[in-house]
Structures are given as structure tokens and as C-alpha cells.
Design a protein around this ligand. Structure first.
Ligand code: PXP
Length: 254
């Protein structure tokens, strides 16, 4: 029997990414809407954690938001960042519960792929060590390539987050066959990482239509979801949008 087939799956956490509340705030340059208020609503609606990505260009969350978030919320903060000296210093100053390392390109609209851990394993091992020593749970955002899982093991990361954006895009485009292929590759990588002793998270592009297969996999312990929820909040409110995602996750988890 595989872990997926056991009747009792371990709990699945929902991390709500509030970056795009800050995107909206920054569009006008004022203080509203406040991403900290969104984080508190998310917490009240069933989020197990809050995720925020401080980008080099500060296009959504800005430096002051990190301290404000950490002071306000009672669930863990998952701090997404590029593996740069500037971001490492910020993370070491705040010591969030978790640090998720993501690739970053200034010209991209959003995080387009996973980290190339295989090409950068030595540097990343040294980069992660002080974060781990500071008590941060470090995760690496990767694609479903086996080389990246091996490299994550070499780096000593306790967690990987799989980039599921391509699968979500293919579903949205009605490309059923290609989506099924992508999901099969992701599922296999998720099982491999879990068997190797790494905690598995998934994120990027997840919507009500694409959450079920990841929520159903017992090997997956956390989903990080942002853009879809903030968009859906325009129509039904943030709390109800998150509560519905939580319901779909719990239904799929069985
Ligand atoms: N996980 C990681 C590592 C990310 O970089 C992002 C996007 O910032 C997300 C999850 C959330 O993606 P989305 O906003 O598309 O739900």
C-alpha cells in the first residue's frame, strides 16, 4: 500500500499568499488595501500560515510589511525570497518560521519556474546553513526534475515546494492530455521526494479547479495559494474565498 492509499492522511496545511493585496495597495501608493489586514482575515478563515514574497524590486510586499505581518499574525509566516545576500540578511533579522527560496528574474511577471538547485548546490548549501541555524525551516521551490530533488537532498533542505504552475495553466487552457502528463510527472516527483525524507509542499497557480489532485496526495503537507484567492475575493470576499478552498482541500483529502 502506498502512502496515498492509506485511509488516514496527515493534515494538509493551507498557506495563503497575500502578495497581491500589496500589489493593489502599491498601484495607488498609499496604505490600502493593507496586506496585514488580509493576513488576519486569512487566518480567521482557516489559513494555517501566511506566505509573502519580498521581491528584489518590492513590487508587492515591502520591507516594513514583514515586521508588521510577524507582529500581527499568530500563524507561521512563510517568507519567500531569492537566494541573495540582501534577502538572507533580512530573513536573519526577522527569523520567520519558514524561508522558501525561489528563483527571481526582474523582468518576469511571476515566478516562472523552479530553482536550478542542481547547478547551484554548493552555494545553496552554504546559503541555507545560517537560515537553518537561525531556526527557519528552509524550503526550495523546484520543478519535477529528479536532478533537482537529488540536489535538494545534497543541500540538506528539509522541505521542497513543487512548482505546479504549468499543470494549472494546462488545465485552464483545456489541454487535458498535456495536463495529465504533467500531473503524472509531478505525482512521481512528489512521491520520490517524500520517500527520500523531504517534506513536500506545492504551489503556484492553484485554483478551485486544480487543487484536488494535490490535496488528495497524502505525501503533500502544504499548499501555498495566492493570486487565485485574492482575485476570487473581489467576488465573494476574502474569508469566504479561502473557506471554499479549505473545503475543497478537505473534501479531496477525504
Ligand atoms: N509558492 C511559491 C514558491 C510562489 O513563488 C508563489 C507565487 O509567489 C506561490 C506559491 C503562490 O502562487 P499563486 O499566487 O499563483 O497562487
Amino acid at each position: 500500500m502506498t502512502t496515498s492509499e492509506t485511509s488516514l492522511s496527515p493534515p494538509l496545511r493551507l498557506g495563503v499568499n497575500i502578495d497581491h493585496v500589496a500589489t493593489l495597495r502599491n498601484a495607488r501608493g498609499g496604505a490600502l488595501p493593507d496586506p496585514v489586514r488580509a493576513a488576519l482575515v486569512a487566518q480567521g478563515a482557516g489559513a494555517d500560515g501566511i506566505t509573502a514574497h519580498l521581491r528584489e524590486d518590492r513590487r508587492h510586499i515591502v520591507d516594513e510589511d514583514i515586521a508588521r505581518l510577524m507582529a500581527a499574525i499568530s500563524v507561521p509566516l512563510n517568507f519567500e525570497m531569492a537566494a541573495t545576500a540582501e534577502m538572507q540578511a533580512i530573513a536573519l533579522r526577522h527569523r520567520p518560521h519558514a524561508v522558501c527560496l525561489v528563483p527571481e528574474r526582474r523582468e518576469e511577471r511571476t515566478t516562472e519556474g523552479g530553482l536550478d538547485v542542481a547547478a547551484d548546490a554548493n552555494r545553496l548549501r552554504g546559503f541555507c546553513a545560517p537560515l537553518v541555524d537561525a531556526g527557519c525551516r528552509v524550503s526550495l521551490f523546484i520543478g519535477h526534475d529528479a536532478r533537482q530533488i537529488d540536489a535538494a537532498l545534497r543541500v540538506g533542505a528539509p522541505v521542497v515546494e513543487f512548482h505546479v504552475g504549468r499543470y494549472c495553466d494546462l488545465v485552464a487552457e483545456g489541454e487535458g492530455d498535456a495536463a495529465a502528463e504533467e500531473l503524472a510527472a509531478l505525482s512521481s516527483a512528489i512521491r520520490d521526494a517524500h520517500s527520500a525524507g523531504i517534506e513536500v509542499h506545492c504551489g503556484h497557480g492553484i485554483s478551485y479547479d486544480t487543487v484536488a489532485p494535490f490535496a488528495a496526495m497524502a505525501e503533500v503537507r502544504e499548499l501555498n495559494i495566492g493570486h487565485f484567492l485574492i482575485g476570487e475575493a473581489v467576488f465573494r470576499g476574502l474569508g469566504p474565498a479561502i473557506a471554499e478552498m479549505r473545503r475543497l482541500m478537505d473534501d479531496a483529502r477525504g
